[in-house]
Design a protein around this ligand. Structure first.
Ligand SMILES: Cc1cc2nc3c(=O)[nH]c(=O)nc-3n(C[C@H](O)[C@H](O)[C@H](O)COP(=O)(O)OP(=O)(O)OC[C@H]3O[C@@H](n4cnc5c(N)ncnc54)[C@H](O)[C@@H]3O)c2cc1C
Length: 335
């Protein structure tokens, strides 16, 4: 089949790698998003998301996407059942007192890594801004104004937070802004370990990964807003910025050097979705704050749908049939 992928971010690039084994695939990307160099992949999720993150891990290993493993510490109430499900997926987890944090935590090895996103998205792409208009059965796709509908058997829309900008149909997706801060402090462990602090409500991850004084931390409220069509980032007002930074500083003496953010996309239940929108158009979206954790897994599910007709009900698009409007909830990677 000839397949056109619209958006060459985490999902689009994963799909390119998987589908081009059996199909003729082209990725169209408007080059309006600057990806963060590395993002967390973690198996320390809940329910069926753990399986999805596990599929992503298989993808990273199969396509030799660079990753750096890190031990993580989870602070706060974590049920024994949840820890058991992490162990079932190969994570070695135990409760221990961590001197440099000054608290008991779940120490997890084999569950967390930083994925080299630039490596992941380095697939061949045609620079083009795509627009989709939909009829009852079929979608018409234009790339830089040129109608390319008949050049492909099917298209997959994977333009992340821009999905709703591109198509003339209402989707159960909403874009939002999310941010993190580069921090400098005394605890060099923070550049060697990942911390999920559910007591004070933030996460921290290495900035470089060598034990430098730098680390990255965040977990502010989501700010509902549309991404700019031209990609020129205009930072919104971040109302809880000082509050979140003060929570980080309460745990680890440090100062914020630079705050940076980008756009994410959520669904009514804050879990990703995939499915067929029109005879010639599929969609994968709603990866909110955990695209590197579950994105390649969603790409694998879509490949199974296209090539074998198999569906994973928990993530199927049809679960939102009839929902007209919704509010964004809490990100699902937070326990
Ligand atoms: C501050 C912050 C920290 C984060 N940390 C993590 C983390 O540690 N771990 C994690 O898993 N996730 C993290 N995320 C979330 C992650 O970045 C997203 O979930 C992920 O990027 C979504 O992937 P995607 O493939 O759906 O879309 P994207 O990666 O956003 O890709 C969309 C692509 O579509 C293209 N596009 C847009 N419009 C058009 C058009 N008209 N035509 C053609 N192409 C178009 C864009 O150029 C872009 O390349 C973080 C997000 C933020 C903002």
């Amino acid at each position: 089949m000839k397949i056109g992928i619209i958006g060459g971010g985490i999902v689009g690039s994963s799909l390119y790698r998987i589908l081009s084994e059996r199909h003729e695939v082209k990725v169209f990307d408007a080059s309006i998003k600057t990806q963060f160099p590395t993002l967390i992949h973690s198996l320390l999720l809940k329910g069926c998301d753990i399986e999805l993150a596990s599929l992503s891990l298989q993808f990273y290993n199969k396509y030799r996407i660079k990753r750096m493993d890190f031990t993580s510490y989870t602070l706060g109430e974590v049920s024994d059942d949840l820890v058991s499900s992490w162990r079932e997926h190969g994570v070695s987890a135990r409760e221990t007192y961590v001197d440099w944090i000054g608290e008991k935590a779940i120490e997890a090895k084999g569950g967390d890594s930083l994925v080299d996103i630039r490596n992941l998205v380095s697939v061949p792409k045609e620079k083009a801004k795509v627009e989709i208009s939909t009829g009852e059965k079929k979608a018409t796709v234009k790339a830089n104004g040129k109608d390319v509908t008949e050049d492909f058997d099917i298209f997959v829309l994977t333009a992340g937070s821009w999905n709703s900008n591109i198509i003339d149909e209402r989707l159960p997706l909403k874009p939002y802004y999310c941010w993190a801060s580069l921090m400098k402090g005394h605890r060099r462990e923070l550049d060697k370990f990942i911390v999920y602090d559910y007591v004070l409500g933030f996460y921290s991850r290495p900035a470089i990964g060598i034990g430098s004084p730098l680390f990255i931390a965040g977990d502010g409220d989501i700010i509902e807003m549309k991404p700019p069509e031209d990609g020129n980032m205009r930072k919104p007002e971040i109302k809880d910025r000082e509050l979140v930074i003060s929570r980080i500083r309460r745990r680890f003496e440090s100062r914020s050097i630079y705050v940076s953010g980008n756009f994410c996309e959520g669904t009514p239940d804050m879990r990703p979705l995939y499915g067929r929108l029109k005879d010639n158009l599929y969609l994968v979206g709603g990866l909110n704050g955990y695209g590197a954790e579950v994105g390649p897994g969603m790409a694998m599910l879509l490949e199974m749908m296209i090539d074998k007709g198999e569906e994973r009900k928990s993530y199927i698009l049809d679960r939102f049939n009839g929902i007209k409007d919704f509010d964004l909830g809490r990100e699902p990677h937070e326990l």
